[in-house]
Design a protein around this ligand. Sequence first.
Ligand code: GLY
Ligand code: MN
Length: 354
Amino acid sequence: MDNLSRLRAAMEQSSVPALLVTTIQNVRWLSGFTGSSAVCLVTPGTAVLVTDSRYTLQARAEVQGLEVVVFQNPRSLDDVIEEQAAAAGASKIGFESSLTYGQWKKRRDRISAVEWVESPDLIRDLRMVKTADEVKRIKAACQLADACIENITRLIQVGRTEHEIGLDIEFFYRRHGAGIAFDPIVASGPNSAKPHAHPGERRIARGDFVTIDCGGRLDGYCSDITRTFVAGEASDRHREIYDLVLKAEVECCALLQPGAQGKEVDGHARKLFAEKGLDHHFGHGLGHGLGIDVHDPGGLSPTVDQPIAEGMVFTVEPGIYIEGFGGVRIEDDVLVTAAGPEILTHAPKELLIL
Ligand code: GLY
Ligand code: MN
């Protein structure tokens, strides 16, 4: 079933008579449009994508299954939404909760003939389960992430700065026709105890943990991979922490079976860390959905009750972060299939001393 049909089925089930899709990632998911500004109005019998004249040719080339309506000055987006709502006979329209209060108030006042109602996050839920085409694109992005890690292991050297290595990562993705899914994390020594460290001018030193967390955005879909290395030589403490995170990562990946609960999988990593008295060094969730956004809908954390289903793609990224010493995170991207988890990132995970 295509995404428009999936959305219409969800709208019917949730009694949403018409939906105005304004989140640009949801517009992309629904229509294939990759520009930065457009909305979609969907009713049981009509589906239009509205964009402005900067995107006329692009929308015509990319959009599938929806009518394309383009406006230009002096007409506004709301002029067209009002016109399209009237043409479709839509007097009650759901809006997405990501709309800001200001945007909603402006639209409500401007298009007052429509009753605007907050819609449940239908597309958010649908986006969790990927189509075959989306899986293909995520796999290609993951392949590039593996290649990036392979390349970067040759460029991590004592004396180079985090910033230089961050540039190498960014250059690699762009040289291979991708964007970066997020600003790469390159965290060395004590900085590796900060899960989201920003690469700085610190030079890599012997005995550092070096955590690399990066991903590419290829053909609109993201990858997200983390590997932690040791520079120069590894101590027993490095190995002990690394081996524990690796064990948690491998075992949690294996638990991504249809029907499991996100919080159970997350809880397994916490249990392993607690057995060594290290659970308080793992503050963030185990993983998140992956797709159009690097943090796509869905997650693995202590608060997620939602059952895991076939077609979902998650990151699995346990970490232990010790202030003053350093941290380890290992992250893979995993597709849930009926036959079990399929790991999409394949960069080696045994401890590499660089
Ligand atoms: N890779 C960065 C994150 O998942 O937050
Ligand atoms: Mn991640």
